[in-house]
Ligand binder design. Structure first.
Ligand SMILES: Cc1ncc(COP(=O)(O)O)c(C=O)c1O
Length: 186
């Protein structure tokens, strides 16, 4: 099962790769997509799965019995989102890419060596030496009033990182950088 929630949000002209592009993908699995990220429809609970026939049939059986159906107006809105011009998606990707650029460049300018995300609206930042994900998230909150998510909450490979959502304006992201700068950590 490939979770392709951020399939539309790739930066620097790159497009995230679909599982279904792999030869034989349909023989072994499915890809799941949500409209929440691509069309800002978070909370609408609308998405779809594509791929292996027998898995789709099983999903349909479960969906039928457990969830009944989706409110038709939401289905119609979803169909419009998918069928209408995709200019809004391009604009959204540009918005996130602009925020990413401002934020990552800002952090680098204060000496924090961070990797620029290639896709999605999250930046994963390596915590400075001497901190864990959690202790650093707490430190930023207490001393800079900047809220980040501790990476370990997302699984063992998240330890050593904090996650920042690029979900606010460039100005607010710059302000976060300025507040972190005052800590003189880097
Ligand atoms: C990687 C990933 N997959 C799936 C989802 C779920 O999306 P939705 O709430 O639209 O079902 C999210 C949402 O945060 C996500 O980040």
């Amino acid at each position: 099962v490939h979770d392709f929630a951020y399939g539309a949000i790739g930066f620097d002209g790159k497009k995230p790769i679909s599982f279904l592009q792999a030869e034989g993908a349909k023989d072994v699995g499915v890809e799941i997509y949500t409209l929440s990220k691509t069309y800002n429809m978070a909370g609408w609970r609308v998405g779809f799965a594509v791929g292996n026939k027998s898995v789709i049939e099983a999903l349909e059986l479960l969906q039928d019995h457990l969830y009944v159906s989706l409110f038709p107006a939401i289905q119609e809105a979803a169909a419009s989102a998918l069928l209408d011009s995709q200019t809004c998606v391009e604009q959204l990707v540009q918005l996130y890419e602009g925020r990413r650029n401002v934020f990552i460049e800002g952090l680098r300018s204060i000496g924090w060596e961070v990797k620029a995300p290639a896709a999605s609206f999250f930046a994963w930042l390596k915590v400075p030496e001497g901190f864990t994900s959690e202790s650093f998230a707490d430190y930023l909150l207490t001393h800079a009033h900047v809220a980040v998510a501790a990476g370990n909450g997302f699984g063992e490979f998240g330890e050593g990182y904090v996650r920042v959502g690029l979900l606010t304006s460039e100005e607010r992201l710059q302000e976060a950088v300025e507040r972190i700068r005052t800590l003189n950590l880097f």
